[in-house]
Design a protein around this ligand. Structure first.
Ligand code: PPS
Ligand code: ADP
Length: 207
């Protein structure tokens, strides 16, 4: 019997089939690929390209995209600091469950605060949290501006926009950093290839 958060008198229910059995079935290791970076840095593009690449290799992944989750699970949250923290906490918990299910869970969220990303990392045992930093210059993201949000933020029509008048804390020790090379961003399949190589090297693509 224990107390967790606001719940009292709760008991952990064990399951007869565990992560190891599920991983064997899928011939892969469950993990979380956490993609962080500014709006417009290419998080969703990388997530989609990676998911496609894994699919062609017969590996099961699932994308948790910040924008999409804010249409459902996180629709009660805004963009003030405590809402972003709760957003990341919830997605971290869900990502943890997907990884426990044996999937390669790809989470793509701005996740601007280092402590929130670190808290998600701490939920995953055995370094199964792979942080990917989309290190693209603000100027590039702003030039891309596919949703017109930077323009609105610059005009003062959106307050607290990440990179404009709200902070972004870059990772200090991420597993993978995606950079421009000679001022050019790698094409999506090359970005995905970098992550796939990492997953292969670390043995995630076999049980
Ligand atoms: N104020 C403000 N700041 C940043 N982004 C904003 C804001 N308002 C709306 N949007 C849109 O919300 C998307 C980011 O959602 P996330 O859940 O990833 O954000 S966070 O991790 O909680 O910071 C983000 O999507 P991406 O462009 O894909 O990053 C924006 O489309
Ligand atoms: N590697 C890339 N090369 C060229 N354009 C890209 C690349 N990655 C993303 N883009 C473009 O940049 C814009 C923002 O990408 P997106 O994946 O939506 O970013 P985020 O999810 O971080 O907001 C989109 O129009 C996308 O097509």
């Amino acid at each position: 019997m224990s107390t967790v958060g606001n719940s009292t008198n709760i008991f952990w229910q064990e399951s007869p089939i565990g992560k190891l059995e599920r991983q064997k079935l899928l011939n892969q290791k469950g993990c979380v690929v956490w993609i962080t970076g500014l709006s417009g840095s290419g998080k969703s593009t990388l997530a989609c390209s990676l998911s496609k690449e894994l699919y062609t290799k017969g590996k099961l992944s699932y994308i948790l995209d910040g924008d999409n989750l804010r249409h459902g699970l996180n629709k009660d949250l805004g963009f003030k600091a405590e809402d972003r923290t709760e957003n990341i906490r919830r997605v971290g918990e869900v990502a943890h469950l997907f990884a426990d299910a044996g999937l390669i869970c790809i989470a793509s969220l701005i996740s601007p605060y280092r402590k929130d990303r670190d808290a998600c990392r701490a939920m995953l045992p055995d370094s199964n949290f792979i942080e990917v930093y989309m290190n693209m210059p603000l100027a590039l993201c702003e030039e891309r501006d596919p949703k017109g949000l930077y323009k609105l933020a610059r005009a003062g029509k959106i307050k607290g926009f990440t990179g404009i008048d709200d902070p972004y804390e870059p990772p200090l020790n991420c597993e993978i950093e995606i950079n421009q090379k000679d001022g050019v961003c790698p094409i999506p399949s090359a970005m995905a290839g970098e992550v796939v190589t990492y997953l292969e090297d670390k043995g995630y693509l076999q049980d």
